[in-house]
Ligand binder design. Structure first.
Ligand SMILES: [Zn+2]
Length: 285
């Protein structure tokens, strides 16, 4: 699932391409992706609007629309397999068998493809209110915040960082990476982490995300289609990105490979049904 860096790279890519577009026709091909609203309702809201902007909060994209009757916001979550991309006005869309939603505009097209339809489009943005702070925002996300959030808790650090109400935008890949960088065992109860370790954890979160954003910016990804080599950078989908990716992860998806710091073999355990990678030497329980 795309996490904060992937969603942010996509947002930066789309913003200069789609802002200003005037919507002419909207069609939801896979009604399941519109939840909890009715697909027809969403179509009605988007129809005739102008795209004013595209924002990100956590792993969500928010499309800002303007119409004669006022402004609207559309929530988009890419789920496991969602791809959002723009096409030229003249490009054909019949080559996308999993097209779930199509927005035809005056100057181009916005396509949403989703083979497994776990992604979601909605007029209801209430889930945004339940998100924790943005990890890159040092005014709201800092060691004091985590200390307050973590005090007396028995929850495991990995589960807490995966919890979007604690911090928004991290998922399985970046949490594994962050915990290795911070030297924290994924099963560590959060109440046991002292304030110095929390400071280091915040730093590691920001550094990890920043370096992922840099890789995304430098990877020359093809975000303009849903082909096998197009899209996000975390699994090295684009050829030029794959080399960077292999060198990139500290522990994620590296079971039984040597830790980049101490050469101990990386281990994998299951935490809340998710594969969790860590170094038993650098991240002592
Ligand atoms: Zn190690």
């Amino acid at each position: 699932m795309p996490e904060l860096p992937e969603v942010e790279i996509l947002r930066r890519h789309l913003e200069p391409r789609i802002v200003g577009y005037q919507v002419q026709r909207v069609k939801v091909y896979k009604k399941r992706i519109v939840r909890p609203d009715a697909a027809g309702e969403l179509e009605k809201v988007i129809q005739g609007c102008q795209i004013l902007g595209i924002h990100r909060r956590g792993k969500y994209l928010i499309l800002l629309l303007n119409s004669e009757s006022g402004s609207n916001k559309i929530l988009i979550h890419l789920g496991m397999t969602g791809r959002l991309f723009s096409l030229k006005k003249t490009d054909a869309i019949d080559s996308f068998p999993h097209l779930a939603l199509h927005v035809e505009c005056d100057k181009g097209q916005l396509c949403y493809v989703d083979p497994r339809t776990f992604g979601r489009w909605s007029l209801d943005l209430s889930c945004i209110d339940r998100l924790g702070p943005e990890p890159m925002d040092s005014s709201s996300f800092h060691a004091r915040y985590l200390g307050h959030k973590f005090s007396t808790r028995k929850a495991k650090i990995k589960d807490m960082l995966m919890n979007q109400a604690c911090v928004a935008g991290l998922g399985n890949i970046y949490v594994c990476e962050v915990l290795h960088a911070a030297g924290l065992h994924p099963l560590l109860p959060v109440g046991q982490i002292n304030s110095n370790a929390l400071k280091k954890l915040c730093q590691c979160i920001r550094r990890t995300l920043k370096s992922a954003l840099k890789i995304g910016e430098q990877s020359e990804l093809n975000l303009q289609g849903a082909g096998a080599g197009d899209g996000f950078f975390y699994f090295g989908r684009s050829n030029r990105a794959s080399q960077l990716i292999q060198e990139r992860f500290r522990v994620y998806d590296r079971e039984a490979k040597p830790c980049r710091v101490c050469k101990c073999l990386v281990e994998r355990i299951m935490i809340s049904q998710r594969s969790t990678y860590f170094c038993p030497n650098c991240q002592k329980a």
